[in-house]
Design a protein around this ligand. Sequence first.
Ligand SMILES: NC(=O)c1ccc[n+]([C@@H]2O[C@H](COP(=O)([O-])OP(=O)(O)OC[C@H]3O[C@@H](n4cnc5c(N)ncnc54)[C@H](O)[C@@H]3O)[C@@H](O)[C@H]2O)c1
Length: 251
Amino acid sequence: MILAGKAALVTGGFSGIGRATALAMAREGARVAVADVQEPGETVAAINAAGGQAIAIVADVTSEDAVSAMVARCVAAFGRVDIAFNNAGIAPRHVGPSGQRTHEMSAASFRGMLDVNLTGVFLCMKYELAQMLAQGGGAIVNTASVAGLVGLPTAVNYTAAKHGVIGLTRAAALEYATDHIRVNAVCPGYVRTPMTDPTMAVRGEYLISLVPARRLGEPEEVAEAVVWLCSDRASFVTGSAYTIDGGYSAS
Ligand SMILES: NC(=O)c1ccc[n+]([C@@H]2O[C@H](COP(=O)([O-])OP(=O)(O)OC[C@H]3O[C@@H](n4cnc5c(N)ncnc54)[C@H](O)[C@@H]3O)[C@@H](O)[C@H]2O)c1
């Protein structure tokens, strides 16, 4: 129970990596506020059924008012926010041969992606950090991607957003390093979730051939790393971009 007594907030907790991480945090003893733009009641029910403690929050991370209310709701329920996993995100459309290169992408598509995948993380951090400063410490993990480390062709919007997540993770880690607040990012490779299902159906064999481990990751394998980064066992880890990618970015 490496998160015993901690109050956690997870965005994008309705499905995929966020859902698996909310469940893993609860198994490790945390009380979990599960947030998503879609009602995350099913994740909360699964946690409560397993003997954990969770609440559901509907919040769109692109709305500053909604994010502020989300953090306030977690504090109202649990008294604090020890751990925050800023994970909500959207996928690039039509990656691959049918995708759009940079000169073909609309400004709306670029801005829309940054709004959720980058500004959303900034807004969450802004309100979580204020709370963590007030309470004397905390740990934040942001979901970047291997697309935060290397370029993903026909997804310049997603690549820019995820590189940005690593940048704001590093800058914030430096700003709060002496405030007992750690800020890290995780960089998953291809993971089996509703986000990757459509792409895998069309180009699965090719994408798996790019992964040294020759398989997709499971959401639970990302959750393990996030739980550890949020725990006191990672007490000297801050400003890192931690890869969980079956070797993808090492090749
Ligand atoms: N699956 C992968 O292969 C992979 C790889 C690298 C990074 N990621 C990142 O992991 C994160 C989780 O993705 P996933 O694969 O679990 O996908 P997913 O689609 O299963 O989960 C994403 C969740 O985010 C929520 N969400 C979307 N927009 C939101 C908004 N504006 N406000 C609040 N919630 C919102 C969705 O409702 C959904 O529940 C994303 O940031 C994604 O970019 C995924």
